[in-house]
Ligand binder design. Structure first.
Ligand code: MN
Length: 233
């Protein structure tokens, strides 16, 4: 069994979602051969040196899962893109690049968080490009932890109001970008999160029927998991 989740947006003020996730790690995830977390596991990530709640607990639980023999892969989202090697070493998770290709049920499948698919949001893409540079990240990570935590809270509030101003159209994926990326990576399937618009979209690409799976975000009443059978089992 191969499991996919994304957009849990774990944070200190949403303890219910943390509980759902811990329960998932101790039960369903244990039965899987691999778990893929496709970004925004955390609502904010200010650096691998931050062990404030619920980070320390989540790290422990992830470590127990990987120690039990389950492979856990993690892509960084737009909220937790500062997750780094220290986090990976401490938890045993394997960090993936922004685009990863795996074979799933015999189909080449592209995995990505989803923010790169929203190419109509030009302002965001400009910020994204800037914030992925080594220099930008070094500059942020060199600030004291308390300052980064304050800044993260401020950005969360700001982002909430920004999102309300942006149109639905801009906040969704661009179909041309989706098709271009699937062709580039020679994939017939795409799995992503980020938009919080769960669906399975089927369409034709080069005369072939292809599919785009969109993962839901996790809520107080529970989390959704996309599951595939593992042919090797
Ligand atoms: Mn996201």
């Amino acid at each position: 069994m191969i499991l996919f989740i994304s957009d849990l947006h774990l944070s200190f003020d949403k303890p219910k979602i943390t509980r759902h996730f811990v329960h998932f790690l101790r039960t369903k995830a244990r039965q899987a051969s691999a778990v893929y977390i496709l970004g925004d596991l955390f609502d904010a990530w200010v650096g691998d040196d931050d062990f404030t709640a619920p980070n320390a607990q989540i790290r422990r639980e992830l470590k127990q899962l990987t120690d039990s023999g389950v492979a856990v892969y993690l892509q960084r989202g737009n909220r937790d893109f500062l997750i780094g090697e220290r986090f990976a070493r401490g938890t045993g998770v394997i960090l993936l690049d922004d685009y990863a290709v795996i074979e799933l049920e015999g189909e080449q499948t592209l995995l990505t968080h989803g923010d790169l698919l929203c190419s109509d949001d030009v302002a965001y893409q400009a910020f994204r490009a800037k914030s992925r540079s080594f220099q930008w990240q070094q500059n942020v990570l060199s600030k004291p932890l308390w300052l980064r935590l304050c800044a993260a809270r401020w950005y969360r509030i700001r982002s909430f109001f920004h999102k309300q101003k942006k149109s639905d159209y801009i906040m969704d994926v661009n179909q041309t970008t989706v098709e271009m990326l699937m062709q580039q990576h020679e994939c017939t399937r795409l799995i992503h999160g980020h938009t919080h618009r769960p669906a399975k979209h089927e369409f034709m690409l080069n005369g072939k029927k292809v599919a785009r799976f969109v993962l839901p975000d996790w809520r107080n009443d529970g989390g959704a998991v996309l599951s595939f059978e593992d042919k090797n089992e």
